[in-house]
Design a binder for this molecule. Structure first.
Ligand code: UDP
Length: 256
């Protein structure tokens, strides 16, 4: 089926060569991984939901002037994106203590932080994506102070906007991870939001019940992941009918 050239395959996505130079096709798989790949499963329908939710959030962010790699959604599992040079950092923004921050600093999960906290992790699976500081980032030339300034101001705008968007539908944006890339247009380079923003890389809690609507359901063996992602999509006003029925392979057509 896929005769396109595969440029990169990650844990949850595949990148194919796009139709025009400088473009790629980002394909969302159903694979779920956690704890640096030690836990792995296929959750039917997850890729379809992430594609749709990420499309929606990138479009909304584009509308407020956040530059992104997103061009358009192509089908239920794929979107057309601009090819960028990914900066090897996972940028995490936290509003409420959870996950590794709660563990590292001995905070009770759910504690509201005195202000939003931005953290950088070096993208390296072999090392388990270690937490790094600006000193490491600049010393090893993963990025430079100008780019870090751009990333900081973008990520705080993204956090404010998404926090408000989710709060409007009864969801608390506890934390999220995003990635940035360098996009060249002629001789000009700018930093753009890349990768995806979906319940796979956010913590989303129902405001009333504190119910988890994100990948922690997989990490913590709680079940109901697709139903939770579907609930996020539904509250955002997105209609994703039967995400588990949409496969990437050929569809059998019965003759009457
Ligand atoms: N996150 C992610 N990919 C990673 C690590 C973290 O998308 O490789 C997201 C995660 O879903 C959460 C936020 O970043 O929304 C902060 O994650 P944390 O550092 O607490 O790590 P975890 O507890 O997930 O190991």
């Amino acid at each position: 089926m896929n005769r396109r050239r595969r440029v990169y395959e990650g844990k949850a996505k595949i990148l194919y060569e796009g139709p025009e130079p400088g473009t790629l096709v980002q394909h969302f798989k159903d694979d779920a991984t956690a704890f640096n790949n030690k836990k792995h499963d296929r959750i039917e329908g997850k890729g379809v939901l992430n594609n749709r939710i990420s499309e929606f959030l990138f479009q909304k962010l584009g509308d407020i002037g956040v530059p992104t790699h997103f061009i358009k959604r192509l089908n239920m599992r794929e979107q057309l994106i601009r090819e960028v040079e990914i900066i090897p950092l996972e940028v995490v923004v936290r509003n409420v203590a959870a996950g590794s921050l709660a563990t590292r600093l001995g905070l009770e999960e759910g504690t509201v932080l005195p202000r939003s906290i931005v953290e950088f992790y070096y993208k390296n699976d072999q090392l388990g994506d270690p937490l790094v500081t600006e000193e490491h980032i600049t010393a090893f030339s993963w990025s430079n102070p100008q780019e870090i300034d751009d990333i900081m101001s973008l990520v705080l705008r993204i956090n404010d906007f998404l926090s408000g968007l989710f709060l409007g539908v009864g969801i608390r944006l506890v934390d999220f991870k995003c990635e940035f890339g360098r996009l060249w247009e002629n001789d000009q380079m700018r930093i753009v939001l890349a990768d995806e923003i979906s319940p796979d890389c956010c913590r989303l809690w129902d405001v009333e019940t504190k119910n988890k609507l994100d990948k922690d359901r997989f990490r913590r063996d709680m079940g109901g992941l697709v139903e939770a992602y579907q609930e996020v999509a539904r509250r955002l006003g997105l209609h994703v009918d039967n995400p588990t029925r949409v496969r990437s392979g050929p569809v059998l057509v019965r003759s009457k």
